[in-house]
Each structure stands twice: as structure tokens, then as C-alpha cells.
Ligand binder design. Sequence first.
Ligand code: LIP
Length: 270
Amino acid sequence: MSNGPDLVELLDLATDLVVEAGALLAGGVSSVRTDIATKSSATDMVTEMDRASERLLVEGIRSARPDDGVLAEEGTSAPNRSGVRWIIDPLDGTTNYLYGVPAYAVSVAVEVDGIVEVGVVLDAAHGELFSAVRGRGARLDGRLIHTSPTTDLGKALVGTGFGYEAVHRRAQVDVLSGVIGDVRDIRRAGAAAVDLCWVACGRLDAYYEEGIEPWDGAAGLLVAAEAGGRTWVGASPRIGRTITVAANPELFDPLLGLLVRAGAVSQRSG
Ligand code: LIP
């Protein structure tokens, strides 16, 4: 019998904190344009609300579980002395948030011994809470969810996104031009965590994106996988970063094949 942490307790703590952070973000949605800094490029913005949400999440984790590690988008990093590490995006979809586009999320994943066991994503604008515990399915507001039944790539609605650096964006558009003619259509919602949860509940048939960061994808990847999807994070030689792919099981191989053809992936792997 394992002495690992209680995953339901971790899920409950993650859920409480994510909901609190979502309420904090809701309170700041109309006042955020006054304090904007940039990160990797002029298009990569961070607001005081990204930082405030991160503080709230990290303080909550520290007070409940002081020995846990933390990796968070806005720079908090704490060593892991308990085997548990929290991977946090305090506001995924910052650009949407700044413009009032209703697709932004708080994303929290909990890793135990290097494996993500719990994922919680709050689509804060819609108040939709996605969650998953490894081996126990994925849920939207408590109800089990499943990936779409679409079997034909030509009829697939595929989500993607673009990085912040101009050189990467141009390469991503080249890949997109190799994909868009072979699928039903493309969506760019602007928050990778939301995209992955939409694959989980069938609003998207599939999603791929080059260059997202661990905090963007960690929780959503578990939600998508627990909803029956196939997920993969591999190398994207074109931009020297990672590529993240999630799809229902029928579409995963055809999509990966298309991404190989479009030059985003050098060899097939699942
Ligand atoms: C962003 C996303 C978006 C993606 C960007 C970026 P941020 O995260 O989730 O969908 O295309 O590359 O990673 O910066 O808003 O947390």
C-alpha cells in the first residue's frame, strides 16, 4: 500500500485555490489595462492580476503544504521536499483578459514524483471548472466528460495557438497553412489550458500548438487524457521548442501524420 499523498485532498485544495483565484481575476477584469508590463516581447504581456493570482495560489499552497515544490509562470519557484510539485499558470490567456475576450483560465496541476496526478482548470469568464485525477476520469463542473466521437480529420475542428516571438509565429503560420486545408476548420481561442479542456469535452476535436510552456499545458493535458483523449508533448524542430498535441483517439494518428507533413514534427510518435 502506497504512502503517497491523498489525491482527493490535493484535488480539493487545488479546486478551492483556483476558484478563489478566479474570483480575484473577475474583480480586476475592467481595471487591468493600467498596469501592463511585457515579458519575452511586446506582445507577451503580464498584468498586476497575473501576479496577484499567482501570489494567492502560492500562499494557499505554502500555508497548507509547506514542503511542496512550486513552478509558476510569473516566476515563483520553490524546492520540492515532499515529492509533490504544483505547476501553476495564474492567468492563461492574459491577452484575452486584457481585452475582455472571455477565454482565460487559472490552471493548476499537481505532480507527484514527477507525474501529473491532478489537474484543475477554471475557465474564469464562464465559471466552468474542469478537473481530473489520474485514472478517475475528467469532469466539467462535476460531470464526467469525454472527447468527441469525430473520426474523420476532414471533419475535425482543430484548436491551435501562436507564440509571442515573431519568428516563431511565422513558422507556426507555415505549419497552419499545411493543416488548414485538411481539417473542417481552425480555432484560436487564446488560452492553451482552455483549448485542452475543450478537446476533453468535445468542443474541439483536436488541438496542437508549438512552444507552449509547462504551466500552460500541465493541467489541461491530464484533463484531455482522462476524458479519453490521446496527448503528446514532443520536439518541434522548426522552432526548437516543444509541440503539444491532443485529440480524440481516432484523430490523434491522422493529425500527427498531418503535422509531420506540415513540418511541425520530425517523426511520428504517440
Ligand atoms: C498563452 C496561451 C496561448 C498561447 C500563447 C501563450 P499566457 O499563455 O495559452 O493560447 O497561444 O503562446 O502561451 O501567456 O496567456 O499565459
